[in-house]
Every structure is written in structure tokens, then in C-alpha cells.
Write a protein that binds this ligand. Sequence first.
Ligand code: G4P
Length: 527
Amino acid sequence: MSFIEEIDRRRTFAIVSHPDAGKTTLTEKLLLFGGAIRVAGAVKSNKIKKTATSDFMEIERQRGISVATSVMGFDYEGVKINILDTPGHQDFAEDTFRTLTAADSVIVVIDVAKGVEIQTEKLVKVCRMRKTPVMVFINKLDREGKDPFELLDEIEEKLEIKVRPLSWNIGMGKELKGIYNIYNQTLNLFSGKDKQIAEEPEKIDNINTPDFDEKIGEKYANTLREELEIIEGVYPDFSIEAYQNAEVSPVFFGSALYNFGIKEILESFIRIAPKPQNRHSSTRLVSPYEEKFSGFVFKIHANMDPNHRNRIAFVKVVSGVFKRNTNYYHVQNQKWQKFSNPTAFMASKQSIIEEAFPGDIVGLNDAGNFKIGDTLTEGEQMAYKGLPSFSPEMFRYVENGDPLRSKQLAKGIDQLLDEGVAQLFTKLSNGRKIIGTVGALQYEVIEYRLEHEYNAKVRFEPLTLYKAAWVSGSREKLDDLRKRKHQYMAEDKHGRNVFLAESFYALQLAQDNYPDLRFHFTSEYND
Ligand code: G4P
């Protein structure tokens, strides 16, 4: 297969949802179709969400398992599909945000009964910011849920996206009769069994025949015809281009648990989802079809096995071919490095690979050289952009719990920050260090890992803050802010100005008092 064909057949995407909407189940069923796993239940173990925060060892055990399932690659009808896994627990949302930067598209799973939930809103907001094409899968149709039209309105309103149904449910819950595929005009009847393999849906040439009425009952046939008419009247025709430009999101209905409606979304996905995309670097726009290899680290996973302390850096290949045992330039460290055991994840098995193409994810063993966002090239001085840190939502002061181990503590914190576990701010007024995270669980992770991996002890002290905002603007205004709000100012690890707002009002007041300064809630901004 030629280089171009290899690129063109790749589809790299992430599945996201609010916890419990069915992300894990959908992932598993997609893998089942791809032949990547044989039985349902294989992916289930990759879940942290149901663990109580106190049961920390369990979390670690599960984190270990999730390395293997971080990326799941499989071939389906000649298409190479790479599913990027995202943590189920919302305290690891930042990990999910970063994973989205490596995805060329996203499938959002929504529970038909619960509708749009808070985590879904946050995740889709990131997709909107990045203009990532989104597909929606409305799940759990085997249960009673909201009226589909109302749900579509809710999605448009809360997620601020335009939708276009491509499949439609016939009944719901106990009355679920089937799914009509609007795009292909096929009918998939619901059997109520958890099928391991989907049967071919029936092709329907005309839904206005007595034959069709007989299949699903006159009442349901009439309702379907009416609803399809409304759909055609209300929603614009589906356009692949509009979807790929992130202007419209196709919607599918189904039940992941019953393996129902999955084939419809998978078949549409391979036809319409975007191929590997161009990507902006600090100097230029890079095309996947360029000959020279380049890629960036979007995730670092520490190995939790105490006998193998190394980490895995996950690199998304942006352009060219990545080859084993070849020297590549690590831009941020200004060093050349080669990798003898790069791994990929096919059929949920991790194996050493000889080469990887744009769209693929390569796992590199790392002794602590990589940071999130680092770039590898064949020598070109450029850095990939688009890996923002988000303004943390929780804050604690860091204190050294063992004065004899301050070096270990500093090193440990430094490396954990490189992995993107949390963010560190230093207060201007007294030099105290603050760790900010998006979830409370992170503090347990940090404490545990510092102790077990770095032999250091940390003590956290409570700190109530509303938000940390990066501030940019003229030197003069910034100096003024640093002077007047000295007590509330800090620097991040790159020495950038950060305003620590104690409340929503404090933030608003600062923004009103300094209209010439810009307050940012992600660390990546251009000025
Ligand atoms: P998540 O990764 O988004 O957090 O969700 P997950 O797939 O783990 O699904 C959450 C729960 O919803 C699971 O039940 C799962 O079996 C169920 N579920 C997923 N898809 C469907 C569906 O289409 N219909 C119905 N009725 N249920 C569905 P659980 O009891 O919490 O866990 P488990 O004991 O089944 O693992």
C-alpha cells in the first residue's frame, strides 16, 4: 500500500460522554465489530469511576490496565480505526481534554433518559474550540427516555451545535421496534437480544407500502412516516463537508448494551469521518502527506509497576512515517533520540512496531525526558500547538512532609507536572507553592505517587479559590496588576502571570478594573 493510501485509510477519534452514558459499552461493541475482541466485557476493566476515592490501590490497578487500552486500533472494511480512550472519571477530565487534541473527530454518547449532562457540555465545548467534527450517539433506547425531538433541541441548545439525525428510532423502551437508517434507507429491527454480531439491516425501497406497515405495525409505521417528514422539513440536508467543518453533527440512535444501532454509526463513520488532518505548528501548517516525520506527545502514562518505573509517552504521528530505530529530533530538549521499542495498540494488544503513519499513535518508552506537548521531528525547529492547560478548579498549598527529602519532592512534582497531572503556581507574595487540579482525586494520585515513586512526602493545605486566570497585556498594566493585587498574583511554571481569584466577583472586579488586560482560562493563548 502506498504512503498516501495508508494515510487516507486512517480514522483517529475519541469517544466521550458524561460518566455512565455508555462510552465504555459503545467502545467495546465497536471493537467487537472490528474483530478486535471476541467477547463483550473485555474493556470493562478500564473504569475508575465507580471506585470510592478511598480505595486508592484499586484506582492504581485500574490505571495500570488502562495503559493497554489507551489506544485501540483495528481494521474494519479496509479502514484503520484508532479509538483514543479517555478516562471515565471526571476528575481526570484534563486528560480527556488533551486526548481530544490528538483526535481528528469525536463521537459523543448521550443517555436518552438523562439528556445532555455537565461533562458532555464541557467536552463538546473543547471540540467547538478546536473545530473538531462531532457525531452524536443517543444511547439506551432500550429504556424509556426523552422525546427524540426534544432531546435534539436540548443538544442544539446546551452543546451549541447544529444537529442532523441520520437514523431514527421506532418506539423506545419496551416498545422499541427498531432503528430506521435515514441515510441508507435501511431498517434494523430490534430483537431484544445482546447480539455479538449484527445482522445485515434490511434495505427498504419504500416506506409507504403495506409491506412496511406489516413489518413494524401500522401505528409505528405511521408515526415514523410523520416523524421523517418533520425531520426532512426541519433539518437541512446532511452534508459531509458541513460535518467535517464541524458545522453540523449527525445523530444516531441505538442501544450499546444490545449492540443495536452500532453498525449504523460505524458504517457511516468510516464513510464520512475525517482523515488525518493538517496541523498548525509554531512556524507553519503541516500536512500529513509531507515526507518527513513529525509528531507530538499528548499523553504520558507512568508505569505503575514498581519494578518498571519508566513511563510511556504517547505520540500522535502528524506527518511522514515514523520508523523504529531511527534518529528523531526532540525539539524542546534539542536532542536526537532513537526508539528501539516503539509500541502500537492493535486489537487491544500492545506490540512493537516497525513504522507508523499519520493518524497513528505510537507509545515510546521514556525515562523522564518527555513533557506533554513536546514535538519530535526529523530536525526541523517547530513545535506543535494546541495542547492547552485548563484553568484548574481546585487548589491546595503544597508543603514538604519530610524536610530531608525536599529534592525528591521537587523532582517528583516536576515530573508529575510534565505528565500533566496538575499545575503548579508560585505565589508572588510569599513564594508558597499551589497545586491546581480539575478534580479532587488528583491530590490522592499525587500524594500516593510522590511517596511510592519518588520516596517523598507531601502535605496539602486547604485553599479556597474560585479560579486561576492567566493574564496578558502590556508590561505597564501587568506591573500595575502585580503591584496592586500582589496578594492574589502568582506565576506558573513558565513564569507567566496568573491571577488567583477568590470568588466570581473578585474575578469580575479585576476584569473591570483592568479592561486593557486579557484574562485567559486556558494556558495557550496567542499574544
Ligand atoms: P461510561 O463508560 O460512559 O461510564 O458508561 P458504561 O459503558 O460503563 O455504561 C454505564 C452503565 O450503563 C452500565 O451499567 C452499562 O451496562 C449501562 N449501559 C450502557 N449502554 C446501555 C444501553 O444501551 N442500555 C442500557 N439499558 N444500559 C446500558 P452498570 O449496571 O452501571 O454497569 P455494569 O454492571 O453493566 O458494568
